[in-house]
Design a protein. Structure first.
Length: 138
C-alpha cells in the first residue's frame, strides 16, 4: 500500500516583519505555521527554559496550544506556560523567570483578524521576525 505524504509547509516570507511575526489568521498564520516556526527555532537555539504567553484574541488559544504542544515534545527543556498577559508582563516574566527564550502570541495593535508571535531571547531581548526567518530557513 502506498503512503500519501503531506506536502512540505512553506512559511510565507511576508509574515516575518521587522519586529515580530504577524499575519491574517488562519490564512497566513495558524497552528501549523506557528508550530513549525517554533519547532525549527527551538531546534536552532536549543533553549533550556522557554516561557510562553498569549493575549486575549479569539485565535490566541489555538496558536498557544500549538506552541505548547510542540515545545513539550522536546527533551531536556522546561516550558513555562504563563497564560494570558500583556506584552510588558511577558517581557518582565521572561527576565524574572530566567528563560532562554520567550514567545508571546499576539498581533499587538493589529485588527482582530490578525495574530502572530513576538519572540525574545534571554533578558527579554527581542529577536526580529526577519532574524527568525533567517534562522528557521538556514
Amino acid at each position: 500500500m502506498a503512503t500519501i505524504s503531506k506536502p512540505a509547509l512553506v512559511l510565507p516570507k511576508g509574515i516575518f516583519k521587522a519586529y515580530d511575526i504577524r499575519g491574517l489568521y488562519p490564512g497566513e498564520i495558524n497552528a501549523r505555521t506557528a508550530a513549525l516556526i517554533v519547532e525549527k527555532l527551538a531546534g536552532k537555539l536549543s533553549p533550556k527554559k522557554v516561557l510562553i504567553g498569549r493575549d486575549a484574541r479569539l485565535s490566541s488559544p489555538v496558536l498557544y496550544g500549538a506552541l505548547k504542544k510542540t515545545l513539550l515534545k522536546r527533551k531536556g527543556q522546561k516550558v513555562i506556560s504563563a497564560g494570558i498577559m500583556t506584552t510588558p508582563m511577558f517581557y518582565f516574566l521572561v527576565n524574572y523567570r530566567g528563560a532562554d527564550l520567550g514567545i508571546m502570541v499576539t498581533a499587538s495593535h493589529n485588527p482582530k483578524e490578525y495574530n502572530g508571535l513576538k519572540i525574545v531571547r534571554q533578558k527579554a531581548i527581542p529577536i526580529s521576525g526577519e532574524d527568525v526567518y533567517r534562522l528557521v530557513n538556514s
